[in-house]
Design a protein around this ligand. Structure first.
Ligand SMILES: C[S@@+](CC[C@H](N)C(=O)[O-])C[C@H]1O[C@@H](n2cnc3c(N)ncnc32)[C@H](O)[C@@H]1O
Length: 255
């Protein structure tokens, strides 16, 4: 497949962690000019959180689509879903207006966008594909608990999914570890933090109206909430916790 000069640019847009106020100015500009938008949905036809964040900025008549990406390790199934979505993005871009794939947090951090980007370029090597970075979920989590992710010369390690049996051992590599998709692993992470004498805080739905934080990780074990991140810090390192802050601060708060 080849694209001519009249094809719309295909953007991957990071829409941030949930608070619509954390969309970047560039993201808003791109969305306001989009002829079509593709959003990931957790289930076929299900609600897309990314879409709920972006919707207020879409122009009237914007052609909105959702795509379901299966939660599987099977590469063939995933590749099929990515290729299908990439082909849709190309068909939409053929209409000539810019097209945006929207994704939570940043588009280049553990996001479906990176696979779509490759798939689009595999199908159409001369397509104009661009990425608009977004505020990461871990940044929103750190802001929520009032504790830096890392400072000075400290390394920061990000663990993207099921933690290793000795999760606390990761603190030997870096004094700060971010565990994503942590909702299913809270009992293991609580035990690991206790064994390592580390500080751990779980944050869910950071920056959203129902944002919550706890240092009692086990208390949320039953919930297995997908939008949960655990920030673990080697005890005694780094800055002390600041005051946790509420999500969605109002204009009055900022005045
Ligand atoms: C596939 S990763 C997406 C990361 C995203 N691209 C980013 O830049 O932050 C999904 C994980 O991000 C974390 N996450 C996303 N949004 C979050 C939020 N608002 N609060 C806490 N964690 C969140 C959770 O750990 C979730 O399981």
């Amino acid at each position: 497949m080849s694209t001519g000069t009249s094809w719309g640019v295909i953007y991957g847009v990071g829409v941030g962690p949930g608070d619509p106020g954390l969309l970047t100015v560039r993201a808003v500009e791109v969305l306001q000019h989009a002829g079509a938008v593709l959003a990931p949905a957790p289930r076929r036809g299900g609600e897309s959180l990314a879409l709920s964040i972006a919707r207020a900025h879409l122009p009237a008549g914007c052609d909105v689509h959702t795509a379901h990406f299966p939660m599987t390790e099977r590469r063939d199934e995933l590749r099929e879903a990515w290729d299908e979505a990439a082909a849709l993005l190309l068909r939409l871009a053929a209409a000539g207006a810019p097209v945006a794939f929207i994704t939570l947090g940043d588009a280049m951090l553990y996001s479906t966008w990176s696979y779509l980007l490759s798939a689009v370029l595999r199908l159409a090597p001369d397509a104009d594909v661009r990425t608009v970075p977004g505020v990461t979920a871990m940044s929103a989590c750190a802001a929520a608990v009032g504790r830096p992710l890392a400072e000075g010369r400290e390394p920061l390690l990000i663990w993207p999914d099921e933690p290793p049996a000795d999760a606390g051992g990761l603190l030997g590599l870096a004094p700060n570890v971010v565990f994503m998709k942590a909702g299913r692993h809270l009992p293991a992470l609580a035990a690991a933090a206790e064994r390592a004498g580390a500080e751990a805080v779980a944050v869910r739905r950071a920056s959203q109206a129902d944002q919550a934080c706890t240092t009692d990780l086990s208390a949320w074990s039953a919930d297995r909430e997908y939008f949960t991140t655990v920030l673990m810090h080697r005890a005694g390192d780094g800055a002390p916790h600041g005051a946790p802050q509420p999500a969605l601060d109002s204009e009055e708060d900022r005045a």
